[in-house]
Design a protein around this ligand. Structure first.
Ligand SMILES: NC(=O)c1ccc[n+]([C@@H]2O[C@H](COP(=O)([O-])OP(=O)(O)OC[C@H]3O[C@@H](n4cnc5c(N)ncnc54)[C@H](O)[C@@H]3O)[C@@H](O)[C@H]2O)c1
Length: 442
């Protein structure tokens, strides 16, 4: 099939590459000329394991191409997929202006009697119908638009794997022919398909993210209580997760969820519920717990140093999670904002996300490409992203390299007993803290 994808971000590009790989003819369109030019040269603008190789392979096969000219991409494809951003507006609701622009471009350039327009972007219930309306109200000849809600569930850092091995594909449509065509599109993947009406498909995406966010905030709250009652969250998570009704995934206590999806999607769902006069108390609490979690880490650190003024600090990890260069809504940004406001001198380390971080943080921090260099002579270290490089970095090295070895671990990368044996100060999430004999608590 001939597919046009609008947006070459994490979702659009990965989907485009994967659909080309399974034999479709894909053209990806983006308004960002620079991105498109890099893609034309076979360079991925995002870090995602495995993407570079499949990108080039499918370009060479002539199954994958890129364009920044919308007059050429929307005229006669079999399927158009919308994968543009739907960021958060100030009131928490989803900003649909990029989706709207795609609809308007489609209406301007579409040149077929029938078109299937698929929304992969995460959009509030009711948006797909608006997309149809936006296209139809401006199109100047008779064309039948079939809309399909096909929400995306990939995770950054394993996006290609997830696309090829997803748990399910959701197809929300009210037209049987369009739904069948979507099934054909994905059939080489052999992933279970669930057919629903359009509104249910839209809701499945928000409900999934809200549920996962709830699991994270739940375990973080349990962790915070564990610290006070002397329980160990690692054992508690294991004990809970072995119950198959609960499952062990998303039960790792930490500094909270971030990224471009959970924070905005939870807020958008609260907003969506509010629009129909339903106060979503549970999800509001989930969001509040998450907003508070990075602040607890800072509070722990203040127990040791009093104030951050002129304190030399290292923050390990800037990406919102390992294996991605995405720093959107990363907990690191929250920690950094407070540290900088309070006058700390901050070194940062991240193996992949420094280029993106520079765009936001400029020269307010000092960037390092090795953990050794970042922590050297510092007084306190915050572990924010559980990169493999961090988890494998020997705890002993903090003792050797830091001025005062105080490690505040927001991802439970080390064993408490190892820190105790080394006589260093180590505080993590939901576990006992240990204090080096020589550290004076203010
Ligand atoms: N990133 C994820 O892990 C993920 C997972 C599932 C769902 N989603 C959802 O998918 C959507 C896209 O997310 P993303 O992370 O890929 O976004 P992104 O910000 O990485 O990419 C969006 C791209 O769309 C382009 N764009 C904007 N307006 C355009 C237009 N009119 N025509 C063509 N291109 C345009 C931008 O230039 C950008 O390259 C969002 O709704 C998001 O919530 C994201």
């Amino acid at each position: 099939m001939r597919i046009t994808i609008a947006g070459t971000g994490y979702v659009g590009l990965v989907t485009g590459v994967a659909l080309a790989e399974i034999g479709h003819e894909v053209i990806c369109y983006d308004i960002d000329d620079e991105k498109v030019n890099r893609l034309k040269e076979g360079i991925s603008p995002i870090y995602e394991p495995g993407i570079d190789q499949l990108l080039v392979k499918n370009q060479l096969n002539n199954r994958l191409s890129f364009s920044s000219d919308c007059s050429e991409v929307y005229s006669t494809p079999d399927i158009i997929m919308i994968a543009v951003g739907t960021p958060e507006k100030e009131d928490g609701s989803a900003n649909l202006s990029y989706v709207y622009q795609v609809a308007k471009d489609i209406s301007k350039y579409l040149n077929t009697q029938q078109a299937i327009v698929v929304t992969k972007s995460t959009v509030p219930v009711g948006t797909n119908r608006k997309v149809k309306q936006w296209i139809e109200e401006e199109i100047d000849f008779h064309s039948k638009i079939h809309i399909v809600s096909n929400p995306e569930f990939l995770r950054e850092g394993s996006a290609l794997y997830d696309t090829f091995h997803g748990d399910r594909i959701v197809i929300g449509s009210e037209d049987e022919e369009a739904a069948t065509k979507m099934e054909e599109l994905y059939s080489p993947l052999n992933i279970p398909i669930i057919h629903t009406d359009i509104e249910s498909a839209e809701m499945i995406k928000y409900a999934s993210n809200a549920f996962l966010a709830t699991k994270i905030s739940f375990i973080n709250e349990i962790a915070n209580i564990c610290e006070k009652v002397g329980a160990n969250i690692e054992d508690v998570s294991k004990g809970i997760g072995m119950d198959q009704r609960i499952g062990s995934k998303f039960l790792q206590a930490g500094i909270g969820y971030g990224g471009s999806c959970f924070p905005k999607d939870t807020k958008a769902l609260v907003q969506l519920a509010g629009d129909v006069k339903h106060r979503f108390h549970l999800l509001e609490a989930v969001i509040n717990v998450n907003n508070n979690q990075p602040l607890l880490l800072l509070k722990k650190a203040r127990n040791y140093v009093g104030s951050f003024k002129d304190v030399k600090v290292a923050v390990l990890g800037l990406a919102f999670k390992p294996n991605t260069d995405d720093i959107r809504e990363s907990a690191a940004l929250v920690v950094l904002k407070h540290l900088l406001n309070e006058g700390a001198q901050v070194n940062v380390y991240d193996p992949i996300a420094i280029a993106n971080a520079r765009k936001v943080l400029g020269n307010t921090v000092t960037y390092y490409e090795t953990i050794e260099a970042a922590i050297k002579d510092t007084e306190i270290v915050f572990i924010v992203t559980e990169w493999k490089q961090v988890k494998e970095f020997p705890l002993r090295n903090y003792l050797d390299l830091m001025k005062t070895p105080i490690v505040i671990d927001g991802r439970n990368c080390y064993e408490v007993k190892e820190a105790a044996a080394l006589n260093m100060t180590y505080s993590s999430i939901g576990r006992e803290s240990v204090t080096a004999a020589k550290i004076e608590i203010k």
